[in-house]
Write a protein that binds this ligand. Structure first.
Ligand code: MF3
Ligand code: CO
Length: 247
């Protein structure tokens, strides 16, 4: 069931989106070599609460932290802990916050220190593929137009798109219909309508698109151990066109 949002509801989501967007900028300034992923989580949790928001990830399906922190071959859902962030790593940070019952969800992949050219390109293509996707997010297009735009851009750059994890509708719940795959056929899927709010989130790999979940039950890693990048925003289709709520 897809819940289209009214302008009033989208305004509420704008507030959650702002906390999430500001938090990612704050974390980008703070992240550095030698820090543990748990320290990043604590900074984020404090930031969210200071802004009168609720961390949406904490206890979601038993998830034990307020952010996900996924390094190099970790695709998503890395659990913050004692791991120390090292020079040359790429760190995907995924955050979610609830304001007044409405959700925001976004992720960035940060470059830490001296990162290889290949990983830098991966991170850049992940972000750019998101923009290829939202260029198709308009009334009258279909969901598959977004998916296809992301996939063709990523594969055209020699990288692969994760299949087993997808973006999603978002609103009062973090995960609502529809699923938003980062692969698919142009012209397929549901018609895009005013009031649709999605989390569009390409997860892309240097090597194989295949991934698996580690024994901790959360951390998703690439099958071949090569690096992965993630870029996500909550986006709304409003009366004035496309709006990114989490910049
Ligand atoms: N941002 C993630 C997503 O888009 C959700 C984090 S998973 C959680 O699906 F369980 F940690 F919340
Ligand atoms: Co999401």
């Amino acid at each position: 069931m897809i819940y289209l949002k009214t302008p009033f509801e989208i305004d509420k989501m704008r507030k959650a989106g702002k906390v999430v967007g500001d938090l990612l900028k704050f974390l980008e300034e703070k992240i550095q070599v030698g820090m543990t992923t748990k320290q990043l989580d604590t900074l984020a949790d404090n930031f969210i609460r200071r802004h009168n928001a609720v961390p949406s990830f904490l206890n979601y399906g038993g998830y034990p932290a307020s952010i996900c922190c996924s390094i190099d071959d970790e695709v998503v859902h890395g659990i913050p802990g004692d791991r120390v962030i090292q020079d040359g790593q790429i760190v995907s940070v995924d955050v979610g916050a609830i304001v007044d019952g409405w959700q925001g969800d976004a992720a960035r992949t940060f470059l830490v220190g001296n990162v290889s050219e290949e990983k830098k390109k991966l991170v850049k293509v992940a972000e750019e593929s998101f923009y290829k996707g939202i260029a198709e997010f308009k009334v009258g297009n279909r969901l598959g137009d977004i998916s296809h735009a992301v996939q063709s851009y990523v594969e055209g750059n020699g990288f692969s798109v994760v299949r087993s994890l997808v973006g999603h509708g978002i609103g009062k719940e973090m995960h609502e219909d529809p699923n938003v795959p980062n692969y698919g056929r142009a012209g397929s899927g549901i018609e895009l309508k005013e009031g649709l709010v999605l989390a569009i989130e390409p997860m892309i790999n240097i090597g194989t698109y295949k991934v698996y979940t580690k024994r901790d039950g959360w951390t998703v890693v690439t099958y071949d151990g090569k690096a992965s990048a993630h870029y996500e925003n909550t986006v709304a289709l409003t009366e004035n066109g496309t709006e990114i709520l989490t910049l």
